[in-house]
Design a protein around this ligand. Structure first.
Ligand code: MSP
Length: 508
């Protein structure tokens, strides 16, 4: 059986409504997943929520609920986010499910049996917000870094995982392998590993935190939430069963830059090494969205809430914006002004207008469906030459996660098609009785139609809903892969297209 292309997102804390950052990570992962399907891979796409731990417990308490009540309320919101944004995930894991908790407990038992987990008394500082132990030396001018929130001193017995034992192995692994994309982020990991790594405290006493997975060898403790959460990547695909080999090693864990070090680049590889499981092939690390300080845009009345934006402008428009604006790995800014300006310029006035023109003109002037392109002048040559360059570029750019530039190229091609339409001006030729004019009119609509088809097929990973709609209007099926799809041809000849449609209406 062919191994699947396995891709995951981080699992989001189940302590509140999904926000734009969560939406982005799912969209980015979905673009990769859909792109891989277009190249012929069989994809398995996993996402889910992280339900245990202190953060969820605290929020539940503040709302007067039990953690189970809270997570049962939050889970459907994240499932709904995936549906709303046309995310093509194959699975959605909740860390409270037994398929996960059973695996976590068996791994803990295994590591305990191997002597990689031991009990010790600990006296030190603990960040409640980050749910981690912190070191005295991390204080800056006597103050704890703000990201730690409240830091308390505690003394208690706990269980520790021997991270330090594997440090040298991890350092040499990173020296020999490109593990993190973009590569500059791997340097942050190497820097972190220059200092000795402490063993990881993987338990919390039940009196302090009861919402978690009990240690199989000591029921007075629950598992530290990160140790629990990371295991979702293997528990969801049948770790310990035969089918595991169809998925693992994972191809990409898509995560934000804040959870690279130490969780995904240190804890996770070492946990896997310790249980004798190969490492994931790569970590794809994205930057953060900031919101320009503005939560609400007065001009549109739409808040920066993924559900609201999707409701007002459609999921494809939000997916397009997030993918077009963010250079994967960098940070980016989301403002409604920027969103509206891209929506209007790229989607409504460029792509939407081109499709509208095509449907309108062919509906009016082509009684027997799309005719053949019989004229081969400079304008036609230019469009075709630009397509040949564009197709080459976009395949390379998609492959290298340069989605923002891939979209830029596709939209430059769409701009060129609109320009071509202006040059050939079929609406003017329609008035003429001259057969040469008629041939140019028919050719220009054939060229525009083929261009629209190609651009639309090329944006399938980013705008699957719009692509399906446009291809439907062209009487085309959505192709399962890109095989043979990018060849310029006249496959639409003879077709009668659908009615004129406004793809990107002006927000009311
Ligand atoms: N539960 C952990 C992850 C465990 S993975 C085994 C967690 N959850 S989170 O809800 O805080 O974050 C989930 C993901 O959303 C992370 O990858 C994080 O980087 C991402 N984002 C959260 N806010 C973000 C932005 N403002 N912008 C982009 N992504 C951000 O961490």
């Amino acid at each position: 059986m062919k191994k699947k292309f396995f891709i995951t997102t981080a699992i989001d804390y189940a302590n509140g409504r999904p926000h734009l950052g969560h939406a982005y990570e799912k969209v980015l992962t979905d673009v990769v997943a859909r792109y891989r399907r277009m190249t012929g891979d069989e994809v398995h796409f996993l996402t889910g929520i992280d339900e245990h731990g202190q953060k969820v417990t605290q929020t539940a308490k503040a709302q007067g609920k039990s953690p189970e009540e809270l997570t049962n309320e939050v889970a459907p919101l994240f499932v709904d986010l995936c549906k709303t944004l046309l995310i093509s995930n194959d699975d959605f894991i909740r860390t409270s499910e037994t398929r996960h908790t059973d695996v976590v407990r068996s791994i803990l038992q295994d590591l305990h049996d191997r002597g990689d987990i031991y009990k010790a008394r600990y006296n030190g500082y603990y960040s409640v917000r980050q749910e981690q132990f912190v070191l005295e030396k991390e204080r800056v001018n006597g103050e704890w870094p703000e990201i730690y929130g409240e830091v308390v001193e505690i003394e208690e017995e706990n269980y520790f995982f021997r991270l330090g034992k594997y440090q040298d192995w991890l350092v040499s692994f990173l020296r020999e392998n490109e593990f993190v994309f973009p590569l500059f982020r791997q340097k942050q990991v190497t820097e972190f590993l220059k200092e000795p790594v402490n063993d990881l405290c993987i338990s919390r006493p039940v009196e302090r935190l009861s919402w978690g997975i009990r240690l199989p060898f000591d029921e007075d403790f629950v598992t530290y939430v990160w140790f629990d959460a990371l295991i979702n990547y293997i528990s969801a695909v049948g770790y310990g069963t035969e089918r595991f080999g169809e998925y693992w090693p994972c191809d990409y864990h898509v995560i934000g830059k804040d959870i690279l070090v130490p969780a995904h680049a240190v804890y996770w590889p070492i946990m896997l090494k310790a249980i004798g499981v190969p490492l994931p092939k790569s970590l794809l690390v994205h930057g953060w969205w900031h919101t320009g300080g503005a939560k609400l845009s007065k001009s549109s009345g739409v808040s920066i809430d993924p559900f609201e934006i999707s409701k007002a402008f459609g999921p494809d428009a939000l997916r397009f914006f997030l993918t077009r604006e963010m250079n994967v790995g960098q940070d980016s800014d989301f403002t409604m002004e920027l969103f509206l300006s891209r929506y209007n310029a790229d989607l409504a006035n460029n792509y939407g207008n081109l499709v509208n023109r095509l449907l309108n003109l062919s509906g009016r002037h082509l009684k027997d469906g799309l005719a053949a392109a019989t004229v081969d002048g400079d304008p036609e040559h230019e469009v075709r030459a630009l397509w040949e360059k564009t197709r080459e570029d976009i395949l390379r750019l998609y492959e290298g996660f340069q989605f923002h530039t891939a979209l830029e190229r596709i939209f430059q091609f769409i701009t060129a098609l609109n320009r071509y339409a202006e040059i050939r001006a079929p609406w003017k030729l329609a008035k003429s009785d001259n057969p040469d004019d008629r041939a140019v009119l028919e050719t220009s609509l054939a060229v525009i139609a083929e261009g629209v088809r190609l651009a639309t097929v090329a944006v399938i990973p980013v705008m699957p809903g719009v692509a399906e709609r446009v291809l439907g209007l062209l009487r085309e099926e959505v192709p399962p892969t890109w095989e043979g799809q990018f060849d310029w041809g006249n496959r639409l000849e003879g077709r009668t297209f659908g009615e004129r449609a406004i793809l990107f209406p002006r927000p009311g």
